[in-house]
Design a protein around this ligand. Structure first.
Ligand SMILES: Cc1cc2nc3c(=O)[nH]c(=O)nc-3n(C[C@H](O)[C@H](O)[C@H](O)COP(=O)(O)OP(=O)(O)OC[C@H]3O[C@@H](n4cnc5c(N)ncnc54)[C@H](O)[C@@H]3O)c2cc1C
Length: 485
């Protein structure tokens, strides 16, 4: 980019989308990029946001562009080495290799959110300090429209008001995006920037995270400890719907990193009703007698867990508007706004596409900047047109792909498994007619979300048609047989 073309950029949100966009723009030659992030640091540890990401081929389009995939691999556990130990209520254990990895696809990498965001931040610190400034502990309070330009008002750590007038404003500020809400308010008669909500069997489930020591004991036997790169599912002895519980641990590369156990269950589950640490401790000890829980979880952690509000899986949702332009930003007299990542599409984590779709947004934005020679007035409408159908398809894929995985309903989970294996077997023998389940197709980063949904719908249509033909043939033969008799 020429110096005369220089545009100043403000990015709200220093998560994967915000820092990824900052690096993408800097790599393209943009300068004057400010990222506003309310958290105190890139690797700030928030127990209830300490989930693991699986960065797949889709997310790696951006890390490849940024030349960061090798470093990503160094920090992660590859999905090709994903082993799960199931610890049953009676203490017996079963180790399985994740069965649905497609060996022909790019290796995906598991790492904690904090490590991934830190990877981006370290890259900024090492190579891009002259182009990118990240303001931590800084909260974007308000965005005002003043004479065809947007003014961003933020509060610094020492309570000073900071004001910015960007040429490009990026909303990378997640589900409750202040950028999206500001744009929505400026639209008088349109709902384009309101989130459209869709139901899913997994939305509304509550979750909390229990932090456990790095290699905690699994029994009283010496050396019988967890392995950091192994995933664990520990099932409770309780069987009743509102008492049964499971601890889910995803793998970490770093053996010294504390483990995080996800507890995900219905809003009316007994564990959420317990208000005192002692009650929670007793509940967990009686739920998991097969592991030495008292030796594993400290009283302080139980107290923190009890007080924590945890979170709730959101409904699948998206906003159909993803950009708006005020004035003429390419002539330095206006502001272009683009919304990326969770700010514009958000859903429960069933198919692990939250971060990957966000990184793909940034990658596609970069492709279009390349095509339009960084002309925002041209790039943003093209971006919306190209991405809109994929976002809609992604929301539908979240609804149908694997919402029953949290043991909400054993019958629905069984029906899902039958459907999954029918599609898997038919697609192996008749690949030109049938496709595997969308949960497998998602791994193919070369297919867009719209293409995956189209393939999934086509197989559903063929299976339903075969079902209808089968029912007609059976009814006909029963009818003919009864007439002959
Ligand atoms: C329980 C749970 C589990 C999940 N598990 C997975 C998973 O396994 N795999 C997966 O791919 N995805 C998962 N996700 C989704 C994933 O976390 C998101 O899709 C992803 O983080 C989106 O990145 P983002 O940068 O767009 O938004 P965020 O990660 O939400 O980042 C937004 C950033 O903006 C900052 N911010 C917000 N408002 C302001 C403001 N006013 N001023 C300054 N800063 C602000 C926030 O502090 C935050 O750092 C999960 C989500 C949840 C809730």
């Amino acid at each position: 980019m020429n110096d005369s073309d220089r545009k100043n950029v403000v990015i709200i949100g220093g998560g994967p989308t915000g820092l990824g966009t900052a690096l993408m723009l800097a790599t393209r030659g943009w300068k004057d990029i400010i990222v506003i992030e309310k958290r105190p640091s890139a690797d700030y540890y928030e127990p209830d946001k300490s989930f693991n990401y699986q960065i797949d081929g889709r997310g790696q389009k951006l890390t490849d562009f940024l030349n960061l995939t090798d470093q990503l691999a160094d920090l992660s556990v590859p999905n090709t080495d994903f082993y799960l130990t199931l610890i049953k209520p009676d203490g017996t254990r079963k180790v399985t290799k994740l069965p649905i990895v497609d060996p022909e696809r790019k290796t995906a990498y598991w790492l904690p959110r904090a490590s991934f965001v830190q990877l981006f931040y370290q890259e900024i610190e090492t190579y891009w300090q002259d182009s990118i400034q990240v303001l931590f502990n800084t909260n974007c309070l308000e965005i005002k429209v003043i004479e065809d330009q947007l003014t961003v008002i933020a509060q610094s750590p020492d309570n000073e008001k900071l004001t910015f007038i960007p040429t490009l404003l990026v909303g990378g500020d997640g589900l409750k995006s202040i950028v999206r809400k500001t744009v929505q308010k400026t639209e008088d008669n349109s709902n384009s920037f309101a989130m459209q909500m869709f139901p899913s069997p997994s939305s509304g489930l509550r979750y909390k995270v229990l932090t456990l020591p790095p290699q905690f004991p699994l029994s009283e036997e010496e050396k019988d400890t967890t392995n950091s790169t192994m995933a664990y599912a520990i099932r409770s002895v309780f069987k009743e719907k509102n008492k049964a519980i499971s601890l889910g641990l995803l793998p970490f590369k770093n053996p010294k990193q504390p483990r995080t156990a996800n507890i995900i269950t219905y809003p009316d589950h007994q564990i959420w009703q317990l208000k005192r640490s002692e009650e929670v401790k007793q509940f967990l000890i009686s739920a998991f007698p097969q592991i030495p829980l008292e030796k594993i979880v400290s009283d302080e952690e139980i107290a923190r867990f009890t007080c924590s509000e945890g979170g709730q899986f959101p409904m699948p949702q998206f906003s159909s508007g993803v950009y708006k332009i005020w004035g003429e930003p390419d002539k330095h007299k206006g502001t272009a706004v683009i919304l990326l990542g969770d700010a514009v599409h958000c859903f429960p984590p069933d198919i692990g596409q939250g971060v990957n779709s966000a990184l793909e947004d940034v990658y596609i934005f970069q492709e279009i900047l390349e095509e339009t020679e960084d002309n925002l007035s041209q790039a943003l409408p093209i971006y919306q047109k190209r991405r809109q159908d994929d976002i809609k398809a992604l929301i539908r894929l979240v609804q149908i792909s694997y919402p029953w995985q949290y043991n909400q309903d054993p019958l629905q989970k069984k029906l899902w498994s039958i459907n999954f294996f029918i599609r898997l077997i038919l697609s192996r023998f008749l690949p030109f007619i049938f496709n595997p389940h969308s949960f497998v197709l998602i791994q193919n980063h070369e297919l867009s979300y719209s293409e995956i949904l189209a393939k999934s719908n086509r197989t559903t249509f063929i299976l339903l048609s075969l079902g209808v033909v089968g029912i007609i043939l059976i009814s006909l033969s029963i009818f003919l047989n009864s007439n002959l008799v």
